[in-house]
Design a protein around this ligand. Structure first.
Ligand code: GDP
Ligand code: IMO
Ligand code: MG
Length: 441
């Protein structure tokens, strides 16, 4: 019998680890999938028998008709984008509307957030973060400043109009006088927002209460992280981060469950490392190996199409992700991308000014100055692409995986060997693992 009912699945690096694929795979055993942070800056790719779907806001339970898809209060929502995504899934014959529930507490991404995101990036010049330009940061700023508008506010048109005017006056002042860029039209924005109310009303519901009911019924729920641990606004490579908490605890605050209701945390990690946008990346490879990883791994952003920077797996960063997120078990993806490299390297430590260093806390500049220390392992020079059985795995690939597990002190329960849902080896069912059992003494 399953013992882990609430599973948090999150990226243990800088995003794009293959979270969407693994959530979709695990929904065979789940009743609901919840997004709890981020917005449509996420791009989660699902490939089922060769057919590719990229989801940005709709949880990756979309492809299975028995799965409820919930969007928790921690997610910032761009309504036109959400409606477009629903429409596109419906065009593919998926009934998503009846399974989708959106929390009234979700902050609304409005046109001025996008204008502010783009203007702020322009103003940063060489220090630009390389955001996705989706208005994510400014929307979270409004939430923290307590002036933002939320999904539930759409159901109260009179006060919505007054509050929208106030917030737009404020932002238009900044757009015009600080950024010297174009302002946004209040009436056009209001009309657009009010046109959403009727369509959204049936989708709005109390996600926290729904999760409590699911728990009482003994149902299985996956909390789907977006971005990755190293992009967390507190624990990541600040200021080169996103504007939400991407760590496991955010699954509770961003959906309305208690922290003790998280039963298991799975960290998804690529067999190497990638990063989109600017910011420190100690193991980055700007040579032929980096190019090989990029081309064999098709490393282009699922949201913006930008090329992803590539490098070797960074154990220092991964250990930190395991600690900060309380990761119980790992899923290693894209192992097949390393198939033709020999040797393969793992960064096991950093050097800072010639001395051994730990992960520099809260300072992107220090991380920029760290040099990786590598351990080399023999490559396997054989195809793992599409392998579905652990027995068929080359010995050197098994050694690589067990070395990762040993270095971070965490078991590997899933291995992904291709983009397709079926190209996966499940060593241990994450819903039944007793990962937190303590020894008898
Ligand atoms: P997410 O944001 O974490 O869901 O990841 P993305 O979808 O942005 O990026 C992961 C990319 O790798 C997608 O194109 C997936 O189809 C692909 N992918 C996932 N797992 C594997 C794998 O094991 N091998 C290969 N070659 N591709 C994979
Ligand atoms: P998924 O869920 C990879 C990066 C951006 C930028 C920084 C801030 O697909 O893994 P933002 O628009 O959030 O203000 O940008 O965060 N970023 C991602 N990188 N995967 C993502 O999502 C990302 N979402 C944001 O490239 O560096
Ligand atoms: Mg992605």
């Amino acid at each position: 019998m399953d013992t882990n009912r609430n599973l948090v699945l999150l990226g243990a690096q800088w995003g794009d680890e293959g979270k969407g694929k693994i959530v979709d795979l695990l929904t065979a055993r789940a009743d609901a999938v919840v997004r709890f942070q981020g917005g449509h800056n996420a791009g989660h790719t699902l490939v089922i028998k060769g057919a590719r779907t990229v989801l940005h806001l709709v949880p990756s339970g979309a492809m299975r008709e028995h799965v409820a898809c919930l969007i928790g209060n921690g997610v910032v929502v761009n309504v036109p984008h959400l409606l477009e995504e629903i429409g596109s899934l419906e065009q593919h014959g998926l009934d998503i509307r009846s399974r989708l529930q959106v929390s009234p507490g979700c902050p609304l991404i409005l046109p001025h957030h996008i204008a502010l995101d783009l203007a702020a990036e322009r103003a940063r010049g060489k220090q630009a973060i390389g955001t996705t330009g989706r208005g994510i940061g400014p929307c979270y700023e409004d939430k923290a400043a307590r002036r933002g508008l939320r999904i539930g506010d759409l159901l109260k048109p009179d006060s919505f109009s007054d509050r929208l005017r106030a917030v737009m006056d404020y932002h238009n002042f900044i757009l015009e006088h600080y950024y010297r860029s174009e302002t946004m039209d209040f009436h056009a924005t209001l009309d657009e927002c009010l046109s959403w109310s009727g369509i959204l009303q049936p989708l709005i519901g109390d996600v926290s209460a729904r999760l409590e009911a699911l728990r009482q019924q003994g149902r299985t729920v996956i909390f789907e992280g977006a971005q990755g641990m190293m992009l967390d606004v507190d624990h990541g490579t600040y200021p080169f981060a996103t504007s939400s908490n991407t760590t496991a605890a955010a699954a509770a605050t961003g959906s309305g469950i208690g922290p003790l209701d998280i039963d298991v945390v799975m960290g998804v990690v690529k067999a190497y490392a990638t990063r989109v946008g600017a910011g420190p990346f100690p193991t980055e490879l700007e040579d032929d190996v980096g190019q090989h990883l990029a081309s064999r791994g098709h490393e282009f952003g699922a949201t913006t199409g930008r090329p992803r920077r590539c490098g070797w797996l960074d154990i220092v960063a991964l250990r930190r992700a395991v600690r900060v997120c309380g990761i119980d078990t790992l899923c290693v993806t894209k192992l097949d991308v390393l198939d033709h490299l020999d040797p393969v390297r793992i960064c096991t430590g950093y050097e800072y000014e010639g001395l051994e260093a730990g992960f520099p806390l809260y300072n992107a500049q220090d991380l920029e100055a760290c040099r990786p220390v590598y351990e080399s392992l023999p490559g396997w020079q054989a195809g793992t692409a599409g392998l579905r059985s652990y027995e068929d795995m080359p010995e050197n690939a098994k050694t690589y995986l067990s070395r990762i597990s040993e270095l971070v002190g965490c078991p590997v329960s899933i291995i992904s060997t291709g983009a397709d849902r079926e190209d996966t080896i499940v060593l241990e069912n994450p819903f039944s693992g007793g990962y937190r059992e303590t020894s008898p003494e």
